[in-house]
Design a protein around this ligand. Structure first.
Ligand code: G6P
Length: 477
């Protein structure tokens, strides 16, 4: 058993919630990443001497632990080889496609698995070192599925939670994984294993019964040593109030008007914003739009599709192929259908700060979100949060976790191009009353379920999971 540290709440995630930026004078700073996760956890971390363990995103970065804006951040180094084998390899070319319905073919390499085990152990050892006695440790996402078990072996006193941000595959697909049993056992080190959807939690429990042979009942797994593990759904959300406030600000309002005018003040603006990832269904979405323009349902004179694709995992082959495919498709569509000053698609391969995202959401009449498979899809929720006038239509894939909650979207199947075209036409021609009715209901949903309530629910479950542990988190000051 490792000696304990002093943090009462430890977050373990592949990435730290900061990026290193170089200022114009050449000095280097940390900049807080825009994600909702850190803003949701910040208050509870501050009240509980919280620490966040993660990778800085840079190879061989041996930065010592540091405090940034009141948060204790603890870097875990990855070598260039580990970035290739653990991050680009096992995490993003094995697990990512396998867990997303095998949309791309997962690659199984034994050296990648070895790197995954090695890096997971490094994270677990770091958590064991800094967690106080009886502390809570919350491990995040598919890159770190072995950490719960490794950490429990080092520190049986801890309460350990795990949350998977991406889908958990059906039992038939998970069965392909050569190290399926090790992964299930890794997750079983946690007291609470959280998923986006209850179907995923059920897949996990079924797999544990089939592949590991433990007794299960509903959402509980009973281990031979008497410990229990609970598998539950906790659908993640966004900082709803923060987005709405930003959307209402004068500068975002002005910027949204500028965006529409830069687009030539069209009557209809459609918008897609995605990480450039093959799970996001960008290709069929743009094809559907191009057919609608070619068929004469819409004209480039008064409508445009704005597609933002955020660069992502650019050294992984499948992502490179996708980028070329989308570049080619957009070029062909604009070449065939665009007019001078009026492209069919305004395409940007770049990432934008929250402020610009909010302005884009404000500027768009229809948001089109069409993943083949997506754990949740926060972009859909962000769009809803920004539409405070109860206008704007959402076209949403039924294969995004968000479709479970945003039932009033125009739900589509991204494999069905005609169905997608019909939904876009319907959304574009819908009466304002109909749009308002749908948006109001969706807004109620994201207002009542924001990321802070998600985090609180998870931490409360984790506190309740082992009543024999008297230690409770201190309430937010
Ligand atoms: C998804 C995953 C996260 C990941 C993010 C960005 O949302 O669930 O764990 O951090 O994508 O991907 P990246 O590979 O850049 O960390």
């Amino acid at each position: 058993m490792t000696t304990q540290g002093s943090a009462d709440l430890v977050i373990v995630a592949n990435r730290l919630p900061v990026d290193r930026v170089t200022l114009s004078d050449g000095s280097r700073r940390w900049r807080r990443s825009p994600g909702g996760l850190v803003s949701a956890l910040e208050p509870v971390m501050r009240s509980n001497d919280g620490a966040w363990i993660g990778w800085t995103g840079v190879a061989d970065d041996e930065t010592d632990p540091f405090v940034d804006d009141g948060l204790w951040l603890v870097p875990v180094p990855l070598s260039a080889g580990e970035i290739e084998e653990f991050y680009e390899g096992f995490s993003n070319a094995t697990l990512w496609p396998l867990y997303h319905d095998v949309v791309a073919k997962p690659e199984f390499h034994r050296e990648w698995w070895d790197a995954y085990v090695r890096v997971n152990r490094r994270f677990a050892e770091k958590a064991a070192e800094i967690a106080a006695k009886d502390a809570m440790v919350w491990v995040h996402d598919y890159q770190l599925q072995l950490v719960p078990q490794m950490l429990r072996e080092l520190r049986p006193d801890l309460r350990i939670g795990f949350f998977l941000h991406i889908p958990f595959p059906p039992t038939e697909l998970f069965g392909q994984m050569p190290w399926r049993r090790q992964i299930l056992e890794g997750l079983l080190g946690a007291d609470v294993v959280g998923f986006q959807l209850s179907g995923a939690a059920q897949n996990f429990v079924r797999l544990v019964r089939q592949r590991v042979g433990h007794k299960t009942h509903r959402d509980m797994v009973y281990l031979p040593d008497g410990r229990t593990v609970q598998a539950m759904a906790f659908p993640i959300s966004i900082d709803t109030d923060g987005f709405e406030e930003l959307a209402r600000s004068e500068s975002v309002t002005e910027r949204a008007a500028q965006i529409r005018s830069a687009l030539g003040d069209p009557e209809l603006v459609l918008l897609g914003i995605d990480r450039l990832d093959y799970t996001k269904g960008i290709y069929p979405r743009l094809r559907a739009w191009s057919e609608l323009v070619a068929d004469g349902d819409f004209s480039v004179k008064d409508s445009v599709f704005v597609q933002v694709a955020t660069p992502s995992r650019e050294r992984v082959e499948q992502y490179r192929i996708l980028r070329d495919d989308i570049d080619r498709l957009v070029g062909r569509i604009n070449g065939d259908l665009g007019r001078l000053g009026s492209p069919a698609i305004a395409y940007m391969h770049s990432s934008f700060p929250r402020h610009e995202m909010a302005a884009l959401y404000r500027a768009a009449d229809i948001m089109v979100v069409t993943p083949f498979r997506d754990g949740m899809n926060l972009v859909a929720k962000e769009y809803v949060a920004c539409r405070y006038d109860n206008d704007g239509a959402l076209v949403l894939s039924e294969f995004a976790g968000a479709a479970n909650e945003l039932r009033q979207a125009w739900l589509i199947n991204p494999y069905d191009i005609n169905g997608m075209k019909d939904a876009i036409v319907e959304a574009a021609r819908a009466e304002p009353k109909e749009i308002t009715r749908r948006m109001k209901a969706m807004r109620k949903q994201v207002r009542e379920n924001d990321v802070a309530s998600w985090a609180n629910r998870f931490l409360e479950e984790l506190e309740a999971a082992r009543p024999s542990h008297s230690k409770k988190l201190r309430p937010v000051r």
